[in-house]
Design a protein. Sequence first.
Length: 693
Amino acid sequence: MSSRALRRAQRELEEKQIQEKLAQEELDEEEESEDEVAPKSNAKPSLFAMLGDGDDNDNDDDDDEEEEVEDAERQAEAQASDDKAEAANAPASNPSRKSKKKKKKKAKGKAASSNSEPKSASTKAPSGLDEIDQALLALNLASNGRMDTDLQQQGSAVSEEKQQLFAVLSVDTQHLHAANEMKKLFGRAALQNTDEEQPRARQRGQGQQGGIAAAIAGRNAPGNRNLASLGLRRNIFIQGKEEWPRATSGGLGMEIVEKRADGSVEYRFVHNSMYQEVQRQFQVCVGGMDPDRMVQLLHFNPYHISTLLQVSEIAKQQRDNATASDLLERALFTFGRSVHSTFSANLAAGKARLDFRRPENREFWLATWRYISTLGVRATWRTALEWARLLVAMDPEQDPYCLRLLLDQLALRGRDPQALVDLAEADYLQRLWKIPPNLAFSVALAYDRLKQPQKARSALRNAVKEYPWLAARLCKELDISPIPKPIWGKEPNGDYQELLCQIYVPKAKDLWNTTEGTGLLVEVCYSFEEELGAGEDPYWLAQIPETDLARHVILSDDRSLLSLLETRVKSKFTSVSDPLPPDNNLISYDASTVGSGPGHDRLAAMRRELLAELEEFREYFQRIEIENLVGGGLTEDSLIQALEQAGSSLDEFRRNSERFQMIRTGLQEAGVQVVFDGEAEGHGAGTGSETDG
């Protein structure tokens, strides 16, 4: 047979195989489309898996997620190659295939409609608390259009002040990675040097007898338990390292607490039952004050946040700064892969919030603060600024770490004076913060660097007039002689003013120690015709709790500043892992009692808590007489009227209803049958009790 005939036969065989493959894929897609219609309605996972046997799968969550993404990428590549082959070999038009696609789309449409119609018709409750289902159904059918309109109006009604705040607090996750700044400053050679230095540092740590790096490196052998490369890259906070152990977050997650009317969204970190057990072991290690035991706990739980932070401090005390920084990065990496799917988008929009009162959230604050300190040691100031702005965005109203006392220096050292100006000019922050003295002085430098001399002089003049004692101390530190007469002899009045001087002047004097900065300061100080007053305590100090300022001083780890704090405040500092927790602490669980008894007792306690919450909802629905409303023909107007009479609102009713349905469904999925008094007789809701199914 000639070579031409062989090539023709080979081509015909390949075309036949491609056509058979395409036909088989179409059949598989039709079967998958039929199978996917029903599961989509049940795709929402149960939040009550902790009550049953759902904890066994926690270790595989991250691996499954990475495998799904990798499978999707492989499928996309295979589909692209198939498309190329089809374009090269298939005829110009294929009517039979087009008709099959149309039929398949029609089948999907029919399946979706048939799946949605019974859903609205099946909400029929004979008695008891199922009447709430009818109320929700009637409310959804009657007010979907109105609610959409209300949401649009709320979005448009957000004040310009809040919109300005969102823009100022928006976080660019690309600036959260120090490697990006180092590459911008020094090129790729800097990253190569860093990559080479890290293994040497680890070898030095392993060579030290009893070193922490050696103790936690047993499971870190490269090529053995490396993290998947995809998981290393897809993290909004920290890029993972190949030598880190391959393990899940251990049960750390995030959920939405509230979607607020102004568009911001409050989140919170959550611990599942397995993570809570490790937290109890951590508390035991802290009580035993045994560093070796703490390191051993980290060896078996390499991504437990509290242990990472504590061992990082131990390494810092042993002057093993490389290991201390590595553990902080590992903690933030764990937070990054545990965030909610919507967190990144809201963070970029300046709308993500965390409540500092929750201990699980405070660990994120502490890890970020310490990481900002390590970034300062590396002189990656732009990255440090972005992390500081992230913490401010989490709770701008309270600013529990008083980052307003630090932001100005990070912005100026990070060569981003415009960020400082935007913060100082934000109306919402001005009203909350009253612009502390460090911001008042530094914003003048920011204007000067932005080549706006008139605004620089005006801002500095206002700052010197309000805080003359700070200007006098700054001139003294800069060796300006003679000191301008209007501020000569001005000294801080009391410990608060002295504290502000020592927080700002020693760290910021090098920013002013330039020809332009010194000349601007002297010119403005001499511009006053009369001697300035002594100045009083800044008004903004009365707007924040003294605990927040004390927390900033304690975390700064400056003994000279600690001496200026009141003894009453310093006495509250009892824990390095949670410095000065707020008085209104929101404790989700007691780690000291987790795992203290048999597993059945713990589950029973959790069930009782949920049933108690269910009873509160029962009383709420009884107060608005939901049974009478449904029996008399429920309408949206009648429901709103009943809610107003009961002192409630439509939003509260919706939230309580959704939470109620979630609890009841979760208990049933966990094998707990909820029985209400009088439900069998059709008398509505009664007292809840539990029976194991």
